[in-house]
Design a protein around this ligand. Sequence first.
Ligand code: ATP
Ligand code: MG
Length: 366
Amino acid sequence: MKIRELSLRGFRNYEELRLSPVSGVNLILGDNAQGKTNLLEGISYLSTGHGFRTRKEAELIRFGADFADLEATVFSGDRDQQLRAVLFAGRKPRQLYLGGVKQKTFAGFQGLLTTVLFCPEDLMVLKTGASCRRRLLDHALCQLRPGYEKALTEYNRLLEHKSRILKDFREFPSLADTLPDFNLRMAQLGSVIIGYRANFLEKLDRCTARYHLEFSGGREQLKLHYKTVSTILDPKCGRIELEQRILEHQESHLRAELESGQCLTGPHKDDFDVELDGISLKAFGSQGQTRTAAISLKLAEREIFREDTGEEPVLLLDDVLSELDARRQDFVLNQIKTGQVFITCCEKDRLTDLGEVFMIEGGCLK
Ligand code: ATP
Ligand code: MG
């Protein structure tokens, strides 16, 4: 899978950009605040349907512009495909086109351009709050499993609604009557989400451990543990049982939810633990160990995509190399010899023998 042509109009700080990337490594060079990360975000938008730095569509449109127009020719599934997204500054919904044909939803783009994104924040993904790790799972699964994205979108909609009820029911007590319906539907969708996450984490665990072992010179054994609703002892037990376990958990937490006014039960609280040789990485890992494990996690994600789809995903590396020491840089660079890669970097004289160089200055290609 690769991007042959990319055009960004009115997207972030780009008035108009046309880029013809190479199949291998594309080095995006430029000073700070010139638009390097924005370029990766444009690519990522066509792959996932949203910006990776914001959920607000309006922020993606160039200040003062009426719309943003993103277009890419992607070689995927043995042929060229034309992906286009137009975002509007007002309330008008975005328009998506595949090969010039208007699409109702983003589902039509599913799987045509898969990307694995790696940014400096990801280096600390194993040390920070659980939401980063859930985002990692969601980013991967939404691209790989249309059923997951559908369940998650619906779940999040219900979650928002239920949270509002829990806040407002004191004022409007009859609202609480609707809670059982919400709980049932959220347990059904929750069982779908947890099932997908359990399978994905099992693969991710195996694959990440392999990279980490190699990376640490055969010294460290890494293990991932899925942490979900506490009544679920085996997250791979099947939908029906998962649903039952979630319902039990909801029931035992009903009072606490009403008292706290918060939605305390469900996969929106999920997380996963990482252990190195049986010791929690979050609590005891050194900086180097944490970064190494995070890189292994990303490389594993890429491998799973490749195995799952039969296509090599496009790798987006935002500024990560500058945060790594030489040995780790070499490890990453050795692993990215296949497939199409976009790397952003500030330093002009480094890495330039790696592939094609594109200089970005003030949202323009130099
Ligand atoms: P760094 O090396 O510091 O990471 P960068 O080249 O990655 O820099 P970007 O994050 O891509 O820089 O952002 C460049 C500029 O884009 C910022 O100065 C920001 O103000 C501008 N920008 C962001 N969103 C918009 C927008 N919607 N319209 C216009 N400009 C924007
Ligand atoms: Mg940047």
